[in-house]
Design a binder for this molecule. Sequence first.
Ligand code: IPM
Ligand code: MG
Length: 369
Amino acid sequence: MHDNNEILVLPGDGIGAEVVPVAVEVMKQVAKRFGVAVSFSEALVGGVAIDQTGSPLPEETLTKALSARALLLGAVGGPAWDELPTLERPERGLLGLRSGLSLFANLRPALLFAPLAEASSLKPELVAGLDILIVRELTGGIYFGEPRGVEMRNNERCGFNTYVYAEHEIERIARVAFELAQKRGHRLCSVDKANVLEVTQLWREVVTSVAPDYPDVALSHMYVDNAGMQLVREPKQFDVMVTGNMFGDILSDVAAMLTGSLGMLPSASLAADGRGLYEPVHGTAPDIAGQDKANPLATILSVAMMFRYSLDAPDAADAIEQAVDRVLESGFRTGDIVGRGILAGQTLIGTRAMGEQVLAQIDQLESAS
Ligand code: IPM
Ligand code: MG
């Protein structure tokens, strides 16, 4: 374990500013309980950073981020900044952190908490027990490929981006995915569009070439259109899925919704040395921002991932996940996870009250052990 785990807190915009403080409280309590030394500092990213400094990723934020062990981020973006050019938008702050810290491996679990089966848009039997992990390549592909832009060609504007992957980028994300599959259900599905795109033909070739190093993992390949369809048809066929940046962006939203709400899904973005950025999969939700309605559980579960992957404290991670499960079991719901309406035994609560319920459950776990 590291002596001083410097955690950089980046609330960002919209509901990010509401859910992050709640998750930080949970983190403090759990760190104390499990003897994990942490210290916190805070910085600006996204729209608030544009408003206060003119840049979505101020130099000071990047400097602080580079020396932190882990980052806890809320969300960035919102209607106030929608008219800005692509390269000046709040989203660039997030993309700049991902590339600036080489956070190439994005882990997005889609795990169904049993009490929420009725909140899914799919039939409960299709999603009961669902536990998928999407491993998304995060610092390459079409998000970062050059050349990119909009320019005049033959008297009209043409927009273009470049979908490019080097072998080493594919190999390192494939190895992360194989290793995670070894710790789970031993099945890995690599998603590509190898029937059309050369870059993903190489993807398939490289993923296949490392497979012999993981003889206990069954590797399969699927085209992305089929994968989207299979995720809503029979999601439990998947264990770990690995894919590039853009396909992973899309499929992870689909997988997330299977669980009933984007408000439940955490994510980790990891560098080779275990440093990481942890954030909920959901966005800034401008429609409910500032109303104490947002679900803080995705951010709280992101803190659990932080304990597991960057702070080497799996017990602390388990405790948080167990506490969340018990809170849901007790019937507490934020608006996004009430399903088709409040059922008997359920209580609709807000962001802060949900945080208090989690803290109370952690207290009880403490006294039970
Ligand atoms: C995500 C988001 C981001 C992405 C945006 C905000 C840039 O959709 O983390 O999935 O596309 O990666
Ligand atoms: Mg996305």
